[in-house]
Design a protein around this ligand. Sequence first.
Ligand code: ADQ
Length: 460
Amino acid sequence: MSGRLIVVSNRVPLGGPPQGGLVVALHECLEEIGGLWVGAAGDTAEAPSQTFTEHDEASYRKLTFELSQEDYANYYLGYANAVLWPLCHRRGDLIDLQPEYHAGYMAVNERLAGMLAEIVEPDDRIWIHDYHFFPLAHCLRARGVKASLGFFLHIPFPTRTDLDALPNRDDFLDWIAAFDLVGLQTQADVASCLEVYRAMGEGEMLLDGTLRHGKRRFAVQSFPIGIDAQGFAETAVRGNGREILNLRPAEKLLIGIDRLDYSKGLPNRMRAVGQYLDERSENDPRATFLQIAPPTREGVEAYDDIRAELERISGQENGKHSDLDWTPIRYIHQMVPRESLAPILRAANVGLVTPMADGMNLVAKEFVAAQDAGDPGVLILSRFAGAAEQLSEALIVNPFDMAEMADAIRRALAMPQTERRQRHEALASSVFSENIGHWTQTYLDAFRRAAPSVTPMPLS
Ligand code: ADQ
């Protein structure tokens, strides 16, 4: 690849070895081909500088930009997480439109574009990640930047109806069209994107598979993100999940691991477990449901609400079903190190991944990678997780339907080993082959192909 690769993401991993599949994959990629990683600094600053701070801790360059308290409130918590996040996760009812949010979001994107324009060279490739930076390519183009601009959206692409809730929805079409390659998680996301341009823009699909919007031509493709399956599987066998959790010999384990977020479907999941417990017979083995959900984005009202709601539901269900020596729902609010998380996933008989909307959902893939192939657990997966496009051998459920989910729990706990093995084999073959390395490779290959033919070109 000619030129440098510049990765832009909300955060740059600093201080110590990177953690987590995506961060490690991008880090390894930059180590191999060289380049820069740009993202917001961890702390806010009183008066944000107009230049990057360089961190000398890798073979490639890490650059951070500063956010003020106000930027953090308006750009990050506000527009990104109280407008765009609910919009893309089909929760129009939670969108909190405040003029200062939009202004703050644009100001940060404009400032970052100005700073990038100072350092970018024409043959560089800038790979921009996620909804924090929807307008960044457009802002860069306005500053005359000629470099190839790629995007990857980790969350669902909004549908035409979702976008109707955005006051500046026509700008959104111009923002996306300013990239050369738009990477989305699933085929369904690609279909939403094409439909948005067909219906709302003057867009048309060209014969080479690219999309035209006004004078811009750009490629849209799905690149389902994967995990470091091998690494996760190795971590899973290094510990004993049953011992970590202090489970009794016959006790079954149902597991849920999610950031505490309304998109993850936690209240319905807990209610479905409650319904399963309601209908469970005395002779069935005890199945304990462990939900690990560390709070995120504290300060956004909807996140405080979901926390309170879950505490209420788990309290109610435990009140109804606990025994002197058994609490059927264990609900933990912490981050758990991967050295414990992977063995806990391996110890689970059932993995509950039931989001109401999710770009991909890596926990579904981690659950599969962690299993013992000879005696695997069963994955219950929402049809609204992007991962359901690849993981069709899971028990696919509708997260709005508590009875169906309760039934899937029953079925999973009773599933014979042969069926569990067959299903696991199909799931594992996808998770281990379409891993995170495959994802970076296919994206960068497409970026290399897309860029020369899709550089800004006026169509007469
Ligand atoms: P997230 O919404 O954060 O990611 P997800 O894909 O599930 O969701 O990734 C979460 C990661 O955090 C997983 O690796 C998981 O193991 C880890 N994690 C969750 N709870 C944890 C805990 N208590 N302790 C430790 N680790 C925990 C966004 C999109 C997703 C998309 C990813 C990647 O919303 O749909 O899959 O980006 O593109």
